[in-house]
Write a protein that binds this ligand. Structure first.
Ligand code: CP
Length: 309
């Protein structure tokens, strides 16, 4: 059983909790792949998505996960909600709590916003991405995809390339992959590499080739243009040439290595179109796995709620 009512990040999850989520997601993927992807496991429960930033994958996959498990779901469009009239995050959360909502999925530009919300609501809060801090459900679906391919994570080499500094996906993956025993190599322009990330267990590679050499999985990251103020790299074409993932770079990886990207991809920048659409790419499988992982989280947090609240 999970140890908390909320999922705020992987830094605070144990390896046992991560394995429980991945194992449960395996069952959920079977349901997702069945003819009738419907269960009444969460009948009578309600989920709200509260996104202060744009999303396609995270929001829709949480909404579908809730529907497939029989829960009701509602999206609050922040652009047309009372947030625009000055309502605070805590007041919004308490308003949702008053409606007996069971789950709130929040994405927010401020690191720590999901934690703040969780301290003021009875609902289980799931972090759908907070600033440059964590995006735990993305990392869980990435780990699920890796484990589905190799049957394990321990001992694998995972290369993460791109805008590490602004990436909550990179942070959550580093925490999760290290807990499960993977070796994580990172490579980025110096201006996009956070200081001291090696102290969290990452190997900082000196070149793209060193990062990818012998890797089992190569993950490209989106350049987070919305979180930086320009001047961190000369131009998109130079970024693609010196830091992007292309077929020549992938030759350094293991022969059957996989390519991952959290999406949305800037085509031709982080990855070439040939890599995105190539046989090594599991980008769309990651999207499917995202639904299974989010179904698993709703089930497991539902069990926690039954037992503790
Ligand atoms: N990977 C990810 O978080 O995608 P969205 O922004 O579309 O949710």
């Amino acid at each position: 059983m999970l140890k908390n009512k909320d999922l705020l990040g992987l830094k605070d999850c144990t390896a046992e909790e991560i394995y429980e989520i991945l194992d449960t997601a395996e069952q959920m993927k079977k349901l997702l792949n069945s003819d009738c992807k419907q269960s009444d496991m969460l009948r009578g429960k309600a989920l709200v998505t509260l996104f202060y930033e744009n999303s396609t994958r995270t929001r829709s996959s949480f909404e579908l996960a809730a529907k497939y498990l029989g829960a009701s779901e509602v999206n609050i469009s922040v652009a047309t909600s009372s947030v625009q009239k000055g309502e605070t995050l805590i007041d919004t959360g308490e308003t949702l709590d008053a409606m007996n909502v069971d789950y709130i999925v929040i994405r927010h530009p401020m690191a720590g916003a999901p934690k703040l919300l969780s301290e003021h609501v009875k609902a289980s809060v799931l972090n759908g991405g907070d600033g440059m801090h964590e995006h735990p459900t993305q990392a869980l679906l990435d780990m699920f995809t890796v484990r589905e391919k190799y049957g394990k994570i321990e001992g694998l080499k995972i290369a993460i390339l791109g805008d590490i500094k602004h990436s909550r996906v990179a942070m959550s993956n580093l925490f999760g992959l290290k807990k499960l025993g993977a070796e994580v190599y990172m490579y980025a322009p110096a201006t996009m590499m956070p200081k001291d990330i090696d102290k969290l267990g990452a190997h900082i590679a000196k070149s793209r080739e060193e990062a990818v050499e012998g890797a089992d999985a190569v993950m490209g990251l989106r350049i987070q243009l919305e979180r930086q103020h320009g001047g961190l790299f000369p131009s998109l074409s130079e970024y693609a040439k010196y830091y992007g993932v292309n077929d020549a770079v992938l030759k350094y990886a293991k022969k059957d290595a996989i390519v991952l990207h959290p999406g949305p991809v800037n085509r031709g920048v982080e990855l070439t179109p040939q890599v995105i659409d190539g046989e090594k790419s599991l980008i769309l499988e990651q999207v499917k796995n995202g639904v299974a992982v989010r179904m698993a989280l709703l089930k497991l947090l539902g069990e926690y709620r039954e037992a503790h609240l």
